[in-house]
Structure formats: C-alpha cells, structure tokens
Design a protein around this ligand. Structure first.
Ligand SMILES: [Zn+2]
Length: 216
C-alpha cells in the first residue's frame, strides 16, 4: 500500500474574502497543515491542485459574463493565472507539497485528473510512476472539485478516502449529497484523524458542524 494525499484547490479565491469564498476554507488550509505536521510520513506523495484560469476569456463558459452566475455551471471569475486569488492560501504548508497540478487553463476543470504538473504529466501518470494505490482527498470544494477528483481517483482504481474534517463545500446540502455519492461509489468517508491516531485533539475542532460546508 502506497498512499498519496490530494490537496484540492486550497486557494485564496476559494477561501473567505476570495472571489468565490467558501465558509471554512481558511480553516481547511490550517487543518491540512496540522494534518501534514502529524502525518506527513504516511504519504509517499503529496499532490496539490490549483484552478488556473485564463484572464482573457470566459474559460469555456465557466465564468459568468452575460448573466449572473448560477453557482452550478457558471461562476464569478476566479483563480485567474498569476493573480493572488490563484495562489495557495497562506495557511497551507506548501513546503510539504511534492507535485503541483494546475487545471482549467481556458476550460472548466473540476477534477485534478484534468490538470498537469509543471512537466506536463497528468496525475494518472504521476500516480503510476510512484506506485500509488491509495489516495486521501482533502480541500475545496466538497461538492465540486473534491467530489470530481475523488470520483476520478476511484475510476483510476485507487482506494479513496475523503477526510471530512479537512474539506469545505459551497453549500451544505450539495456537500452532504457529494459525500453520500462518494460513499456509494466506493470511497471511504473518514474523519480527519483516520490516517492516524495521534492528533485527536487537532482533529476534534476540524470535524465540527462545518465539516461538510455551509452556505456561503
Ligand atoms: Zn474554476
């Protein structure tokens, strides 16, 4: 068993004060950093994704331009490449990240599997190269990019755990539905301390009522 951690889209625009801020996003950034401090050795590979859109166009209809965003298929402009909104949240320990994936250049891209690393490799190729068989998924947003990334990881034959204390969603109902869907699809829906065991105090606050997100 060789495990990777997927840190999905923990970016300024997806956290409080960002263009598409999700309640609990900053807490997720800090929680992931605590998780890594306690459990870095559990992971052969730590991979983080970033939404990385073009500022020149609507990214294939992903950005609402002519009408108000519906927050399902169209969104306020967010995570434009090179802007502060596209950067990782400052509370995320980026030194622990082995592979950086960028996705969404000119197109909608919810799953980490739609992106590539700095050398152009897909995450599927990266996982194969490192012999990864298990993936823990954390990040933002539970009901969109976390959901899509976890479903694709299952599709690629990975054993998938979603650490519910370390995710935040756009809306509570759709986040709960996403976790239920992932459970039915074969993912393990686990608490933040599932990997280990020794940080019960640290995970207790992260596993609270906002774990599945709350309406923004
Ligand atoms: Zn996007």
């Amino acid at each position: 068993m060789t495990r990777a951690l997927f840190i999905i889209d923990v970016q300024n625009d997806f956290t409080e004060g960002g263009a598409l801020g999700v309640d609990g996003g900053a807490a997720v950034a800090a929680g992931i950093t605590r998780h890594l401090a306690a459990h870095r050795d559990d992971y052969a590979l730590v991979v983080a994704s970033r939404d990385w859109h073009s500022g020149e166009n609507d990214n294939g209809g992903h950005f609402a331009t002519d009408a108000a965003p519906d927050f399902v298929d169209t969104w306020p402009p967010h995570c434009v490449a090179g802007t502060s909104g596209a950067e990782y949240h400052p509370d995320l320990d980026v030194a622990a990240i082995d592979v950086h994936i960028r996705k969404g250049q000119g197109v909608p891209a919810y799953s980490i599997f739609e992106g590539t690393d700095d050398a152009g490799a897909t995450i599927g190729e990266v996982l194969t190269r490192h012999g990864i068989t298990e993936v823990d998924v954390v990040g933002i947003a539970t009901d969109y990019c976390v959901r899509a990334s976890a479903l694709d990881a299952l599709e690629h034959g990975q054993h998938v755990r979603v650490l519910t204390g370390l995710v935040a969603g756009v809306a509570a109902a759709s986040s709960e539905a996403a976790l239920a869907e992932l459970g039915h699809a074969g993912a393990e829906i686990a608490g933040a301390d599932a990997a280990g065991r020794s940080d019960a105090a640290g995970s207790a606050d992260a596993a609270g009522a906002d774990a599945a997100g709350s309406p923004s």
